[in-house]
Design a protein around this ligand. Structure first.
Ligand code: ATP
Length: 269
């Protein structure tokens, strides 16, 4: 989802409990959370804490959510910006925005910086993209300068999300930059069930729902689609003046979201 331009070191109260499934990714990011909580413990023997990690996975699978949960768990401020915000900007604006972001982050460290859709600025040269090459290169170069410019003991962890790690400029992936990759997969049946459970907490239901059945009926759905289904179902039931959302409302909501996904796929194809 879209990161606001940019989240200026806000405190978040999202935790790992809000992130369903993604068990392996959670184990990996917990390590990073622990670095933020106890940096001295890790540097005492001469080790270097990583500066950056890449969250790799399809749209809507919870990359932004997981990054926010890391900030919530470590109780540090969250800064973010999105690569797509730089599209069609004047040369130099992107670079100065990146500089500004890191300056503010240094002042508030320990903290997390999250860069959504890093591929929009981090594409290897010559690959077609929406941004002019000059602008992309100057923004990317500034990012590299900033990442090299802070020490591993500064307490800044830079996370970046992408669904196209293959197009990234290899300079971004060198040691001391985004040298760790954390994979976020499309949820399986059990994952979808867990995601439904998280989002159903906010919904007033009229009967005990068959959550397993809902998960079975939503193959290929990402977490964002499931959140959307829960919201749609609540609106459908409210429109019918019901006091609680029932299974039929969820069925309608699933059909509606499938319709929306098909439309989106048609536009892309
Ligand atoms: P994009 O690549 O499009 O930016 P993303 O991977 O960053 O997507 P999020 O923005 O984190 O996805 O997900 C959007 C919303 O979908 C979340 O705010 C949350 O409501 C829901 N969601 C996604 N994945 C999960 C999950 N694993 N558990 C619970 N909710 C989820």
């Amino acid at each position: 989802s879209k990161a606001t331009l940019f989240d200026k070191g806000t405190r978040v109260n999202i935790t790992f409990a809000d992130v369903a499934g993604l068990d392996e990714a959670k184990v990996e990011v917990m390590e990073i959370v622990d670095f933020l909580r106890n940096p001295k413990k890790y540097t005492s023997l001469g080790g270097k804490i990583p500066k950056g990690a890449l969250l790799v996975g399809p749209p809507g699978t919870g990359k932004t959510l997981l990054a926010k949960a890391m900030a919530g768990e470590a109780q540090v401020p969250f800064f973010s910006l999105s690569g797509s915000d730089f599209v069609e900007m004047f040369v130099g604006v992107g670079a100065s925005r990146v500089r500004d972001l890191f300056k503010q982050a240094r002042e508030k460290a320990p903290c997390i910086i999250f860069i959504d859709e890093i591929d929009a600025i981090g594409r290897a040269r010559g690959k077609n993209a929406m941004m002019s090459n000059d602008e992309r290169e100057s923004t990317l170069n500034q990012m590299l300068v900033e990442m090299d410019g802070f020490g591993t003991d500064t307490g800044i962890i830079v996370l970046a999300a992408t669904n196209r790690p293959d197009v990234l400029d290899s300079a971004l992936l060198r040691p001391g930059r985004f040298d760790r990759q954390i994979t976020i997969d499309q949820p399986d049946l059990a994952g979808r069930e867990a995601i439904f459970k998280v989002h159903l907490k906010e919904i007033k239901t009229s009967e005990s729902l068959d959550i397993h059945k809902l998960a079975e009926q939503t193959p290929g759905f990402a977490g964002a689609d499931i959140a959307n289904v829960c919201n749609e179902a609540a609106l459908i039931a409210a429109r019918k003046n019901k006091n609680g959302v029932d299974m039929a409302d969820f069925q309608d909501a699933i059909d509606r979201v499938i319709g929306g996904l098909e439309k989106k796929n048609k536009i892309i194809a």
